[in-house]
Design a protein around this ligand. Structure first.
Ligand code: PXL
Length: 364
């Protein structure tokens, strides 16, 4: 479609806004991106820049075409190879989880950890809490009703993710929204990691009804990797919790049954192996299992599962093997626990993960 003098309008860039190209490119069939060495960014008709949420490569800067009579061309600039390389290389992970202010869990932990691994964290909140649910009092704002509209903008922007991670989910309806998110954004080139946050020490969290457990079983079908603890593994399989722990043979058998339902990789986290050691059991469908053992220091701490899930997701996304990813996560958690014990950090305050973040940043 022709625009005003000297420019060509091409519609359909996902934001429902037209692109306008310099007159010398008139008639060229191009999509958004490069034309003749120019990076064409975004054009909004007669609008202030704030009318749409811009992904980073659409950030408006300046108007350069005085002959674009009716529009404001936000940015048309000479493409540099370096810029595109950065855009292509940096990965994005969708973190579908709650946003809890105090107590170091969920996105408050996961976003900074994946950022330290040079991955862009895109938070999709499921609920907003002032403090996590282990505290005697907390403010809780369920975000279910707003999630659909929130996610719709990511569909409209045609965002894509290199990984999708899910954590604490509060209702069946919320799981349905997450299932829809996965169906929309899952491709052959990304992976889904599900932390089925349901309970601990053989007991389910208060929010976990039978219906929620069934829904979580449905979500697990769509996962490439899941990171349950022993309680969650047993719940997903409708098995009683083994009070005296599980043997390697039992873990293998349980994981192979769960893997039949979808996930290729299962990491059973935080198994109390004996008085002095904690085991993380890695099951890879069709391959041998692996175990990452760490010394047991101090008691259990809130948010430990979230730290583990974030590091596994980030390391795996950065191309490390699942074994290396789990090893890194387990060692990192041990280091944090040791620090917390030495500094008498209360267990409900979570892990002082901030102290060691440089361990996660690789040079490249
Ligand atoms: O770390 C798991 C978790 C996540 N989010 C909230 C929680 C918990 C565990 O208690 O309360 C709000």
């Amino acid at each position: 479609m022709a625009g005003s003098a000297g420019v060509l309008e091409i519609a359909g860039i996902g934001l429902n806004d037209p692109l306008w190209f310099p007159k010398e490119n008139k008639g060229m069939k191009v999509k958004r991106g490069k034309i003749n060495g120019f990076m064409v960014q975004c054009a909004h008709k007669r609008q202030a820049p704030s009318d749409k949420t811009d992904p980073e490569h659409f950030r408006p800067t300046k108007s350069i075409h005085s002959d674009c009579a009716k529009i404001d061309v936000k940015q048309v600039r000479r493409h540099s190879g370096k810029e595109e390389k950065t855009m292509e290389k940096q990965k994005k992970i969708a973190l579908i989880n709650d946003l809890t202010g105090f107590g170091r869990c969920s996105t408050a932990v996961m976003a900074p950890l994946v950022s330290a691994m040079k991955i862009q964290a895109v938070v999709v909140p499921t609920a907003i809490l002032s403090a996590h649910t282990q505290f005697p009092t907390y403010y809780f704002d369920d975000y279910t009703d707003r999630m659909k509209d929130y996610i719709q903008t990511y569909k409209d922007l045609k965002l894509d993710f290199d990984a999708i991670s899910t954590g604490f989910l509060g209702s069946e309806q919320q799981v349905n929204i997450v299932l829809d998110f996965i169906r929309h954004f899952k491709t052959d080139n990304n992976f889904v990691i599900v932390d089925p946050v349901m309970g601990d020490y053989g007991k389910l969290y208060r929010t976990y009804t039978k219906e929620m457990c069934d829904k979580m079983k449905e979500l697990v079908h769509y996962a490439d990797i899941i990171t349950p603890n022993l309680t969650e593994l047993c719940t997903l399989l409708d098995m009683p919790y083994p009070e005296n722990g599980a043997s390697i043979e039992e873990l293998k058998e349980m994981c192979s049954r769960l893997a039949e339902r979808g996930p290729k990789h299962i990491v059973v986290t935080g198994i109390h192996f004996n008085q002095t050691q904690i085991a993380n059991f890695i099951y890879n469908k069709g391959e041998d299992f692996q175990i990452v053992m760490v010394d047991r220091i101090g008691g259990d701490r809130s948010g430990t599962g979230d730290v583990i899930a974030a590091i596994i997701a980030g390391m795996y996304l950065n191309g490390h093997s699942l074994y290396e990813s789990v090893k890194k996560a387990a060692d990192y958690v041990s280091k944090c626990i040791r620090y917390c014990e030495e500094n008498e950090v209360p267990s409900y305050w979570g892990l002082s993960f901030e102290m060691f973040m440089k361990d996660l940043t690789e040079e490249n």
